[in-house]
Write a protein that binds this ligand. Structure first.
Ligand code: HEM
Length: 498
């Protein structure tokens, strides 16, 4: 009994001293930070307060104190938070070679199909990024334009029906049907028919992938802090049934195309062509295995579906709450389309500059990735300070705090697309506006995302007017999971216009 008590006391003492020792990290380096406490460090109620709120709080406190950088403890792990936009740019752009990794928890031994571009680090990331970059050129986007455009037909029909029946609709629900159709056809070469079949397996597993709950949030924080331990206990990145479903679809589609010599204008084809090139004695690379192939196809689905549907639903929300801006945007769409015989084309979308302003301003207010991550990969002295950021230190970029900072965006909660006009956009510091990230790890799908969002808005706004429905709780009650969400949803009314 005494031995057991002594053992338990020794374990507690060891944990206590481990914490005490860990909590001296920032103090000993002279980096401002708040006093951490056991067991969560600087996290406050991590099961209910999202990480973005915790990081934004640090940003605001230290910005107000005039600090240019801050330290933070994620449980015992020291995290570096740049406050000054110059420091943000040093990490993301100027000295990126010291911060090439994203540092997410990746268990690709247990789940090889998670080894995708977003999760990969080091040389594997470099190789993949190099290989996949040509997949996203404007030429490739033009090639996919018609495949994507076909997905606006069921969208328009569905919105038309809602308008004719005087119904209200949840913007996120309708937008995610559209983006599922788009990414289904562009990544998997499959017609998902989400409007006709809202409970299709694609939608079911897509929803499951993004479903958030307290257990998932805690698992995420745990694996971020204690990656090695998480691997030892076999913590997976994705629910096994989700991984299985998407793997089967990708492999089946691959086999079908090879066997039947079917070629389509989509991402899958570009990846298949790349594999062929590798296998036929083209440039040797790491991009050889079926797992790598499946991992990228799944990634395109994950990255392309919720990110754009969330951004689109916020755009419809901001337009419904600002009828003048909605009217101005509609006028631009009509003027441009007149030049193209009423047809939405790739070039017509390029000319819709005010639409870009509207989307950019929406993403300033509602960035889908409100905190961005990097890991220091080689010791780095932050210029104009004495601080050496040590190899292995994680960096959190406080995107949300920066994009709503009144010093950079006066009256920050106001929706004002003029901030991004030709006259004004030059004065935006790139270190303060990061909806797609920045530097060599910037979102690779930016062009694709902009094309699909602009196409959707042009197809809808030319014929329909959107208004708020009182069911929407304003101000919006935001939730933060893998991407941001709105509690209770964004409910809108829609009317046909002549
Ligand atoms: C509105 C839509 C989208 C937004 C706001 C968005 C935003 C982002 C952000 C913030 C990052 C992290 C960048 C960084 O760390 O600096 C990212 C990375 C990435 N995104 Fe997107 N994204 C969108 C759509 C897409 C689409 C449609 C695809 C692909 C079809 C895609 C593929 C990726 C990939 C592969 C990465 C990882 C890049 C790398 O690590 O090299 N995204 N995205």
């Amino acid at each position: 009994m005494y031995i057991l008590l002594a053992l338990i006391s020794a374990i507690f003492a060891a944990i206590y001293f481990y914490y005490k020792q860990s909590f001296t990290y920032w103090q000993s380096r002279g980096v401002p930070h708040l006093t951490p406490s056991m067991p969560f460090g600087n996290l406050n109620k991590p099961w209910s307060i999202p990480l973005v709120d915790q990081v934004t709080k640090q940003y605001k406190i230290f910005k107000k104190r005039g600090e240019r950088q801050a330290g933070f403890y994620l449980m015992t792990e020291p995290i570096y938070i740049p406050i000054d936009p110059e420091f943000v740019k040093n990490v993301m752009i100027k000295d990126f070679h010291h911060f090439t990794d994203r540092g997410l928890y990746v268990n690709d031994e247990a789940q090889p199909v998670i080894g995708n571009l977003f999760f990969s680090d080091g040389q594997k990331w470099k190789n993949l990024r190099q290989k996949l970059t040509p997949t996203f050129t404007s030429g490739k986007m033009k090639m996919m334009f018609n495949t994507m455009m076909n997905c606006t037909v069921p969208l328009q029909e569905s919105i038309g029906q809602i308008a004719d029946n005087n119904e209200t609709f949840d913007a996120k629900d309708v937008m995610s049907k559209y983006t599922t159709d788009v990414i289904g056809s562009c990544a998997f070469g499959i017609e998902c028919n989400s409007f006709k079949d809202p409970d299709s397996d694609f939608r079911k597993y897509g929803r499951l992938m993004f479903e958030e709950n307290a257990i998932k949030a805690m698992k995420f924080l745990f694996s971020l802090s204690f990656g090695n331990l998480a691997k030892k206990i076999g913590l997976k990145n994705m629910e096994p049934e989700v991984a299985e479903f998407f793997t089967k679809v990708a492999v089946d589609t691959y086999n079908y195309r090879i066997k039947n010599n079917v070629k389509r204008n989509d991402f899958m084809q570009l990846l298949i062509d790349m594999m062929d090139k590798d296998n036929n004695g083209g440039q040797k690379s790491n991009f050889l295995t079926m797992n790598d192939f499946v991992a990228q196809v799944i990634l395109f689905f994950v990255a392309g579906f919720d990110t754009s549907s969330v951004t689109l639903s916020f755009t419809l929300f901001t337009l419904a709450s600002h009828q003048d801006i909605q009217g101005k945007l509609r006028q631009e769409i009509k003027n441009v389309l007149k030049k193209y015989n009423g047809e939405i084309t790739y070039d017509a979308l390029q000319e819709m500059k005010y639409m870009e302003q509207v989307i950019n301003e929406t993403m300033r207010l509602y960035p889908i990735a409100p905190v961005l991550g990097r890991v220091c990969t080689q010791n780095y002295t932050m210029p104009s300070t004495n601080l050496v950021i040590e190899k292995g230190t994680k960096v959190f970029i406080p995107n949300w705090g920066l994009q709503r900072d009144p010093d950079y965006f006066p009256d920050p909660d106001k929706f004002d697309p003029e901030r991004f006009s030709d006259e004004n956009k030059g004065s935006i510091d790139p270190g303060t506006y990061l909806p797609f990230g920045e530097g060599p790890r910037i979102c690779i799908g930016l062009r694709f995302a902009m094309m699909q969002m602009k196409m959707c808005l042009a197809a809808l706004l030319k014929d329909y007017e959107f208004r708020m429905n009182p069911k929407t709780i304003v101000p919006l009650q935001l939730g933060f999971g893998f991407v941001i969400s709105v509690k209770g949803g964004i409910w809108l009314n829609v009317k046909r216009i002549s």
